[in-house]
Design a protein around this ligand. Sequence first.
Ligand code: PLP
Length: 412
Amino acid sequence: MKAVSMSFGQIANAKNGASSLQKSRAWIELDMENLRHNVRALRSLLPEKCELMPSVKANAHGHGAAEICRELNNIGVRAFCVASVSEGIELREQNIEGEILVFGYTHPESFPLLRLHRLTQTVIDLEYAEKLNAFGDTGTDRKMTGAGKKVAVHVKIDTGMNRLGEPAGNTGEILKMFGLKNLEITGVYSHFYAQNENDRAHRAVTQRQLEKFNRVMAMIEENGHGKPKTHLQGSFGIFSLPGLECDFARPGMALYGVYRNNGDAMNSNALRPVLTLKARVAAVKEISAGDAVGYELAFVASRDMKIAALSIGYADGLPHALSCGKGRVLVAGAYAPILGNICMDQTIVDVTGVENVRQGDVAVVIGRDGDEEITAYDVAEQAGTIPNEIVGRLGSRLCRQKGTYLMSDNQT
Ligand SMILES: *Cc1c(COP(=O)(O)O)cnc(C)c1O
């Protein structure tokens, strides 16, 4: 990470605000005004007492967790969710403040890291709760970790997704967790999984999940364990049940302005994309009919063409499935189809008829250029996957820096 990521402080010191990272081969520009806009939009949908606890797992869904969280800290966001302890530690090392909840399984040998870095662990079932509780009794690393202090946890309730969590019907198991003396249970949560707010069957599933969850919370209170904080909504849940009275909501994709289809609620709520992905034009060549392009004879020209090699490849997260014309990029404001197979570090595109393309120019892979736009959703559709996977796999080799997402007239 350190070798490729620069702090915004360093960027600000670069001349004229233009970062030296713009000399790089491929990079991500983050529009922080659009991020702030999305935060305002999501906050306005939620009840006043419901705070954002953004999902910043997988390097903030590929956007750059340190950069995104620092901006969110600046505008008062004080809680985050990550997938693993190592992601949480990375945020602490960047001085990110507030509660950091680890969604996933943490190996018992890593339990000391939870207290050391003030991370909140998800209790994924009773068996796991008991392991965490037993760790609280060990004093072997008293100095390092403040052993003897309770372990901060949120309890995950499985309301039907059948992924992590103690099943909602297991009331005995759930109550037992509250009796474990070394756990400090500050939250109880679940996750909506149906994800299509326009579909009745999906909405009915969501409603059943909510009923199960509410019964668990009532049972916890009736048994004298008070009212731990609650959260159920990712991006989908915010749009399908905006009025839900929870303490937190955990948006990921909505916060980054990445929508799942062209008619979905995020789009109609005018959330704005935060990320633009750019790559350097490394070479421009004229080729003749019969010439091959790239590996495997996957493309052989049937006419004279002008082509450009871009400094981005599948190791940067550009899906190999976009090879051979399935995908395209923007060069000088025009669509340039991908020729042949995408390489690990390079991609060759067709710029026949595009004027003024030179070595050192910049191509837009995701984002706008002039009147044209390629969204993460477009790329996902061309690659036969979902936009979450496209942004989530954007590589660690890409630099991340502040920039401006060009908006079209009807978006602004
Ligand atoms: C990834 C994740 C989220 C965020 O999901 P989006 O659909 O990107 O908003 C929220 N909650 C849990 C448990 C997750 O795993």
